[in-house]
Design a protein. Structure first.
Ligand code: AMP
Length: 187
């Protein structure tokens, strides 16, 4: 495949974005950017980014856009991203999405796919509570879903209105989802 591939994973917390992003990054050799992972590592290492982000992540709120915009610009400029990338957890607000369009407008020749993994709420809650991450307590899980519906769902409309949104049933076996995504990308 000569053209670089860019995959953008949308979908609520617990929809399987991280799992699918990991599997597809291996099968297509794409640079996997998980903003949540980067933030958790920064918090653990007590970097300036981590110190600014910590309170928001712990409360289940979104970290302010500006911190994410700097972060994503750096990730996309990384030489490992030249052949293609997967964004897992970004964009989460419409202003993050418009910013991303601006920087991607300067990068020519990318086949971009925006994927929304659809999973019913009760299944999401069950999955997140089982996962046991620090921000996966019941109260914070509910807050993260609320934040998703308020601030991230409009991002779906943003891409839908541009005809770029691919909605995929995320309530299936992991392998089945991976296979349908692989087919979509190779089509
Ligand atoms: P995740 O691992 O994707 O569920 O992200 C964990 C937490 O990191 C989120 O609940 C937010 O606090 C923060 N976060 C990750 N990505 C973003 C983003 N694009 N914008 C704002 N906050 C983010």
């Amino acid at each position: 495949m000569s053209q670089a591939i860019g995959l953008i994973f949308l979908g609520p917390p617990g929809s399987g974005k991280g799992t699918q992003a990991q599997l597809l990054s291996e099968s297509f050799e794409l640079f996997h950017v998980s903003t949540g992972e980067i933030l958790r590592a920064a918090i653990q290492q007590k970097t300036p980014l981590g110190e600014k982000a910590q309170g928001y992540v712990e409360r289940g709120e979104l970290v302010p856009d500006q911190l994410l915009l700097d972060l994503i610009s750096q990730c996309l400029a990384d030489p490992s991203a030249a052949k293609g990338w997967i964004l897992d957890g970004f964009p989460r607000t419409v202003s993050q999405a418009t910013f991303l369009d601006e920087i991607l407008g300067q990068l020519k020749g990318i086949s971009q796919y925006v994927i929304n993994l659809e999973v019913p709420d009760p299944v999401l809650i069950e999955r997140l509570l089982k996962r046991g991450r620090q921000d996966d307590s019941e109260e914070i899980v509910r807050r993260r879903l609320e934040v998703y519906y308020q601030q991230t769902e409009p991002v779906l409309d943003y891409y839908r209105s541009k005809g770029q949104l691919h909605s995929v049933d995320g309530h299936r076996q992991t392998e089945e989802i991976t296979t349908s995504l692989q087919k979509m990308i190779q089509a």
